[in-house]
Write a protein that binds this ligand. Structure first.
Ligand code: SAH
Ligand code: SF4
Length: 381
């Protein structure tokens, strides 16, 4: 397989163009077509000489995510199921920004992106891990999720947002739909470390996605060595830890990764991250009935949060088909939140029902894969 053009940084493309005796101006034009116009074919790059387009075509692929299925519409959460070149499925979820969670005005959108097909970490409550790990996503497949979603929403709504092939290359960004990225889709991002970081660099670069590093949150189930490595990256990404239990006993029960990197080691890595970055970490805590929702659990959780100067995001568990876990009642969640606040912890409780990020990630794919198996290749909406 040739390298995909969206796996390359500007510098790498410049080296290639130099060897072809092409100027940097041509690189700027190419990047404009890819990231500002988000075109889907080489032929659309009308102001690049045909000979250069031919060379590019011979040398690289230009893979586009194929929309297999979409759920939701209008201002609410939209879930996109993409079919990859090898027939695998992944999900991205577009969420109207929740000011309480991400501190942004409500015309902003957050895109939740995937980094792997499936997940090897097998957390007991999660749809993404249910059928194991298939493969890592390539850099371009991570980057393309943002571009493909923007293409789809352009098609729907934005006046004057033309993706026609003969559009003059002014290279102003088309109106962006995605202002924030959360790497909370399918897969464990830090287990696909190199591709993740390169993709995020491209999505952050002014010549690429143009999304500020502080608007990009990486979520991990707790891969301590990779958290330390992330601490040394120059870009200031935000970090969220999927904690879900404040003791080894609870974490061991629901998250096998904790046996490899128990809390003590995870907390040390988080402290190192904070020391390097000086940034606030978020602790994600799904409330699962009878597992981690008792008020006693707020004590170790509050003490961890205070130690890490971390904010806690409480998320009532979203039911996954085929799994027996349940979300606690509203009162239990509210009391849990109040108990944390009483212990001087900054905490939020996600109150919206159904289709939020976590409900979505991994579940549409699981549903589709199951339907395909059942109905011999067809799925229905
Ligand atoms: N592998 C990474 C990122 C993807 S999971 C991680 O675990 O952090 C994104 C978030 O969704 C994690 O916090 C995960 O624990 C949470 N999640 C998974 N299944 C969920 C469910 N059924 N209900 C609510 N949150 C869920
Ligand atoms: Fe993988 Fe994250 Fe799901 Fe755990 S919660 S199985 S690490 S995607």
């Amino acid at each position: 397989m040739p390298t995909d053009i969206k796996s390359l940084t500007r510098e790498e493309i410049e080296v290639q163009f130099k060897s072809w005796n092409e100027s940097d101006f041509r690189v700027t034009q190419l990047l404009g077509w890819l990231y500002a116009h988000r075109v889907t074919s080489w032929d659309a790059m009308t102001n690049l000489p045909k000979s250069l387009r031919e060379k590019l075509r011979d040398h690289s692929s230009l893979q586009i995510l194929e929309l297999a299925r979409k759920q939701g519409s209008g201002d609410t959460t939209q879930k996109f199921l993409w079919k990859l070149a090898d027939g695998q499925f992944i999900e991205s979820v577009l969420i109207p920004a929740n000011p309480a969670l991400y501190g942004d005005a409500s015309d902003r959108h957050t895109l939740c992106i995937s980094t792997q097909v499936g997940c090897a970490y097998g957390c007991k409550f999660c749809a993404s891990g249910l059928e194991g790990w298939k493969r890592n996503l390539g850099v371009h497949e991570i980057v393309e999720q943002v571009l493909a979603v923007e293409r789809e929403s352009c098609k729907l709504k934005v006046e004057g947002c033309k993706l026609s092939t003969n559009q003059p290359a002014t290279f102003n960004r088309q109106p962006a739909t995605v202002n924030n990225i959360v790497v909370m889709g399918m897969g464990e991002p830090l287990a696909n470390y190199e591709n993740l970081i390169k993709a995020l660099k491209i999505l952050n670069a002014p010549w690429g996605g143009g999304i500020g590093a502080r608007k990009i949150t990486i979520s991990t189930s707790g891969l301590a060595p990779q958290i330390r490595r992330l601490a040394l990256e120059p870009l200031q990404f935000r970090l969220a830890i999927s904690l879900h239990g404040a003791t080894d006993e609870v974490r061991n029960r629901i998250m096998p990764v904790n046996r490899k990197y128990p809390l003590k080691e995870l907390v040390k890595a988080c402290e190192e991250y904070q020391h390097e970055k000086g940034r606030m970490i978020t602790l994600e805590y799904i409330l699962i009935a009878g597992v981690n929702d008792s008020l006693e659990q707020t004590r170790p959780l509050a003490s961890l949060a205070r130690r890490l100067h971390a904010k806690v995001n409480l998320i009532p568990y979203n039911q996954v088909e085929g799994l027996a876990w349940e979300r606690p009642g509203e009162e239990v969640c509210e009391n849990f939140l109040a108990a944390l606040e009483d212990q001087n912890v900054i905490a939020t409780l996600r109150r919206e029902k159904g289709g939020d990020i976590d409900a979505a990630c991994g579940q549409l794919r699981l549903k589709t894969e199951r339907e395909l198996r059942r109905d011999g290749g067809k799925y229905s909406d």
